[in-house]
Structures are given as C-alpha cells and as structure tokens.
Design a protein around this ligand. Sequence first.
Ligand code: BGO
Length: 269
Amino acid sequence: MKIALAGNPNSGKTTLFNALTGSTQYVGNWPGVTVEKKDGKLKGHKDVTIQDLPGIYSLSPYTLEEVVTRRYLINETPDAIINIIDGTNLERNLYLTTQLAELGIPMVLAVNMYDIIEKKGDKIDLDQLGQLFGCKAVTLSALKNKGTQEVAEEAIKLAHNHKVSEHPHVFVGSVEHALAHIEESIENKVDASKLRWFAVKVFERDEKVLAELKLDQAVLNEIEGHIADCEKEMDDDSESIITNQRYTFIKNSINKVLTKKNPHQTLST
Ligand code: BGO
C-alpha cells in the first residue's frame, strides 16, 4: 500500500515523515529532475510505503515541485493521501486541500501544530471541517509526536475501504455549469474518479493537461465557448475565477469551523 504525504512548505511534513518512517527512509530524485524524492516504510507496517511529495502551495503547472507532485498523484495514484496542513495558517494551507480533494483519492486532512492551537485556546470543529472538504479531518502535533500514528492509521483505513467522499462544493452555479459540460466532453478520456480534477484544469486552460488529453478541435471549440461564456458572465479570466472561488470557499469554511479564544489576535504564535 502506498500513502502519499502532501502539504505546503513549513507545514511540518518532514517532521511527520520522520516520525512515521524512522530510519527506513530511501532518498533519491524524481525522474528527470533534481527534486528530492523520499519514501520510507511506515513503522510497524512493512507493507505500507509513505511517499513524501515536494512541499507545494498549489497543483498548478508552474514550478517543478508542482509538476512532479501532480504527475505522481495523477499517474501513480496512491491508495490514500495524507494532506498535512499548518493549523495556525488555515487560509493559506487549505488552498492546496481544495485541489487535492478533487483528485478522487481517499484523503486524511491532518491539521498539524495542534500544540500551538491548544495553547492559544482556539478550537477547530473537525467533523465540520472534514464534511466541508470531503475528507476525514484529524489533529496532530508532529513535533511532539502526538497523533502521528493515528493519522497513518486513518489513511490505511480509508485506503482499505477505497473511501472517497463527495467533492467540496467550491464553485458557483455558472462555473459548475461550464464544468458539467467539460466533464461530459472528457469523460471518455480520463478515469471517472479524476474527472472533476481534469475538468477544473481544462476550465483553467492548463496547457499540460490539454496537451495530455489530445481533444478534437471541435470538442476544444465547444469547451472554449463554455469557458468564454462563464468569463463574460463573471467578468474575469477562468484561472482567476477558480482561484477566487477557492479562497471564498476557504474563508467561509474557516468562519464555520474555527473558534478563536481571542478573536483580535492576529499573530500565528
Ligand atoms: C523549525 N508543532 C510545532 N509547534 N512546531 C512544529 C510542528 C508541530 O506540531 N510540526 C513541525 N513543527 P518541517 P516542512 C524551527 O525547524 O517539518 C515545526 O517544510 C526552527 N528550526 O520543528 O521542516 C518544525 O517539511 C527554529 O520548525 O516542515 C519546524 O513541511 C525555530 O515547524 C517547522 C523554530 O517543519 C517546519 C522552528 C531551526
């Protein structure tokens, strides 16, 4: 079984990876690029490999790290993803989460730095967070090695059950309308579970994905018509529409799940 570990830089990914794999790590490079590739066996589970992925903020095609990560998630499809996030920086970290949740892979949302959150007296409604993002949410402190094993156990459980939840409801009606048309046009080209991820990327006119899908010109023209209609209606370009709606969804979600003991406190420590 293969479990991928994904998250932003500084989310505590290395700390968690070390806690989970101990001294069994194998370090190399991703094929063709000088981006470090690390994997290791989960302690106490010889049959479970933890695949560390480069620290990234997004699954867009703009950095080597992003390209490596999405190529792995799409082509090698791990049995589950552990998405580690810095719980003291929810807004920034959940941006990647909205994208990972579209991949149709069972996922655990691992809210790290819980020691800091507790110290501040803040509370996160994990059930609601999980429901909103369509995954299982748990807390941990990788630094204090608290909850780390439980995160891995949750991932194993989801992988065994092939449990993928519903996609988060991120986009407004006119975007959903265009996405539905795109999904219909590409459904014979991609794995059903990954349809949503591919449709959003096509909507964003992601060149790498478009090159990979090799769609007929007539289909491309039709899709372009739907994207252009949506852009006109929303007076913005398609990539910005998607980004803005992800952030709106995240802000609304944080308002629902985070209770701050001191609402006026702005520093993260
Ligand atoms: C330094 N709680 C707390 N409080 N800190 C944590 C936790 C946690 O649960 N998990 C990780 N950290 P990485 P990426 C540091 O290195 O694993 C800390 O990039 C410092 N270093 O200890 O490296 C962790 O792999 C000097 O902090 O993240 C590390 O994702 C002063 O978060 C940082 C303060 O963890 C990033 C912190 C010389």
